[in-house]
Structure formats: structure tokens, C-alpha cells
Ligand binder design. Structure first.
Ligand code: KG4
Ligand code: ZN
Length: 338
């Protein structure tokens, strides 16, 4: 039994990433973050594509070197087909195609959102894998979904946001507070020092398992404007409490929907994925449900929460086993269903 080596490439947004997996195990996982976007307060697509072009060869070189294998040993090349920014996706897919062609190995197209979910199947000491069926909540800068995962490639979206993603709610709140982009991790950092009940924000009324976050953002904006008019130092003086209160509201919104999803499906295994699953509040609250409600929760290792290529590699590996290959005419897709 020869080991299967997958080189995977992720370039859907503003991180250029490459990883090498040996079967389900990660040998290397390299990410080049694009700091250029910070000064613009958000990702600038044209700049992202250009930075991917600069970074992709060095990132792959480092991933191969760290893995300690030669290109001739690769079994397949996996890449992110979508969803994401078209210009960013094209850099990764073109490179993957050329490399697969040059090495004469199969090409595997991977759905980025499936990858955030299936990241839980990476072999990692101390991390259990969920059993099918389970519920996955993908929470990132671009998505907020609750998914019923029946098997590796059979997934049903049972709830999703009708406007902003939860990561956007974090980043936009952070911007209102004058914090740099992406502000999610900073709000989380301050939140840990503050009182979550200092200020009350109302939760949106959205039926079923869907989410809405745009109203919360507006509510926070008006709240800050009103208070700054009275005290110009309001934000600086209350940063920790404001962040804690925002975080408390967001976590409540997410938990309400998860509870409903468990009630509706009867499934008590919950996995989270996507950048916002790095959030300390969500991690702690989810862990508490194990004792409280008898759920079994799966929280990915930190480096597999935000965009990375290891998660693309694990999907690539399972698609490789099922011989789900793509031909050279396959195209990137800005939007793509689970
Ligand atoms: O999955 P990801 O890296 O990229 C997308 O596919 O969107 O997610 C990035 C998002 C950003 O909105 C970022 O602010 C948020 O994840 N994020 C966090 C934390 N770490 C990253 N939000 C809240 N708390 C965190 N600790
Ligand atoms: Zn992502």
C-alpha cells in the first residue's frame, strides 16, 4: 500500500495557502496572509489576485520542502474551485492545472465550504472525528450556514444567513469601533476582558434556521453614535464591555439556531468550521453544551479554522479515494452549491 500524497492549493480570498497531506495526515500547511488589505478596511479583489500571483510559487515551495517529499511522489493536485473571488480562484486553479499536467497526475477540484466542514477528518492527535450524520455550522467572513452532513459528499444546507455573514458582523462592528480589518479577532480579545451584560443588543427575529446580522450592525452603529455624542471617549473607555456585549449577542444568536437545529433533526453531534470558529466565546459556549445538553461537539484545531490548504487537502484525499477527478477544462466558480 503506497501512501497517497496530495498537494493542495487554496486561494479563494486573501490568503495564499498550500499543504501536503500523506493520506489523512498533514505533513505541511503553509499560509501567506496578505497584509495589503488592512489599510483598505477590507479585501480588495484586484490586489488579492496580484498578491496570489506573487505568493503562490514560494508558498508551494515551502510546503513541499517542509513536507520533505519530492514533486515526483505526488499522487494528485487538489485546488479550491469556489466559492470565492474569481480573480483569486483563477490563480490557484490555473497553477494547479499546469502542475497536474506537468506531473501527469490527477486534478481534484474542491468546494471551499465542504472543506471547512471536512477539516474535521484530518488525522490529528487529540482530535476526534464526527460520525455521520452530524450538524456543521460554518461561520466565516463570507458564510454562515447550518449544514446536515450525511456523508463526505452528501450535505444539505438547512439554514443560512439572509444578509451578512457572522464574520462580517464582527468585522463591521470592529470598524464602527475604529479597529483595523479584520476586526473579529480583536473584538474577541477585548470581549474576554469585558462584561457581556454591560450593554444590551436585541437579537433579530428570523424564522426557522436562517440568520440575519445586518440589523445588529445598524443597532451597534446607532448605539455608538448616540453615546459618542454624549461622551466623545465612550468607545475608548468602554471597549472591553462593548466588545463583550457584542460577542454575547452574536453567540446567543448562533446558539439559539443550533439548539433549534438539534431539536428539528434529532442530531446531537455538532461541528463548527470557518474563521469565526476560532472565537474563544463560541468555543467555550459550545464545550459547555456537552455537559448541559449531552451534545458532542467538534472544534477544529486553530490552524484549520481560518482559510488554509490542509482542509482542501483532506477533501482532495477523500475525492482521490473515490476517483472524483476533474479534467483540464474545469473552471473556477465564484458561487457554488454545497
Ligand atoms: O474562514 P475565514 O478565514 O475566511 C472566509 O472564508 O471568510 O474567516 C475570516 C473571518 C473574518 O471575518 C474574521 O474577522 C473572523 O473570521 N475571525 C474571527 C476570529 N478569528 C477570525 N471572528 C471572531 N473571533 C475570532 N477570534
Ligand atoms: Zn473560508
Amino acid at each position: 500500500n503506497q501512501p497517497i500524497y496530495i498537494l493542495s492549493i487554496e486561494s479563494s480570498c486573501d490568503d495564499t495557502a498550500a499543504a501536503v497531506l500523506q493520506n489523512g495526515k498533514v505533513l505541511s500547511n503553509v499560509v501567506a496572509r496578505q497584509e495589503i488589505h488592512e489599510q483598505y478596511g477590507g479585501v480588495v479583489p484586484e490586489l488579492a489576485s496580484r498578491a496570489h500571483q506573487q505568493n503562490i510559487v514560494p508558498v508551494i515551495d515551502v510546503a513541499m520542502t517542509k513536507a520533505g517529499i519530492d514533486k515526483s511522489q505526488l499522487s494528485a493536485i487538489a485546488f479550491t474551485q469556489g466559492p470565492g473571488l474569481m480573480g483569486s480562484l483563477l490563480v490557484g486553479s490555473s497553477f494547479a492545472k499546469s502542475l497536474a499536467l506537468a506531473l501527469n497526475v490527477p486534478l481534484v477540484a474542491v468546494n471551499h465550504m465542504q472543506a471547512h466542514i471536512l477539516a474535521h477528518f484530518i488525522d490529528e492527535e487529540g482530535f476526534d472525528k464526527p460520525e455521520f450524520p452530524f450538524l456543521a455550522m460554518t461561520i466565516s467572513g463570507g458564510h454562515t450556514q447550518i449544514v446536515k452532513v450525511n456523508s463526505f459528499f452528501d450535505m444539505e444546507v438547512i439554514g443560512e444567513t439572509t444578509d451578512d455573514a457572522v464574520g462580517e458582523a464582527y468585522d463591521k462592528s470592529a470598524k464602527i469601533l475604529g479597529l483595523p480589518y479584520p476586526g473579529g479577532p480583536l473584538v474577541d480579545k477585548f470581549a474576554q476582558l469585558g462584561n457581556p451584560k454591560a450593554f444590551a443588543f436585541t437579537k433579530p427575529q428570523v424564522p426557522g434556521l436562517n440568520f440575519s446580522f445586518s440589523g445588529l450592525k445598524t443597532q451597534i452603529l446607532y448605539f455608538i453614535q448616540k453615546n459618542v455624542a454624549i461622551n466623545p471617549n465612550f468607545v475608548a473607555e468602554n471597549m472591553n464591555d462593548i466588545c463583550a456585549s457584542i460577542q454575547y449577542t452574536i453567540i446567543n444568536i448562533l446558539m439559539d439556531k443550533l439548539k433549534l437545529a438539534v431539536k428539528e433533526t434529532g442530531i446531537k453531534q455538532i461541528a463548527i468550521g470557518g474563521g469565526v470558529s476560532a472565537n474563544s466565546g463560541i468555543r467555550t459556549t459550545l464545550k459547555e453544551t456537552e455537559k448541559k445538553y449531552g451534545w458532542k461537539t467538534f472544534i477544529p484545531k486553530f490552524e484549520y479554522t481560518t482559510d488554509n490548504a490542509a482542509m482542501i487537502g483532506i477533501v482532495g484525499y477523500h475525492k482521490y479515494l473515490e476517483q472524483q477527478f476533474s479534467d483540464a477544462s474545469t473552471t473556477s466558480k465564484a458561487r457554488i452549491e454545497l
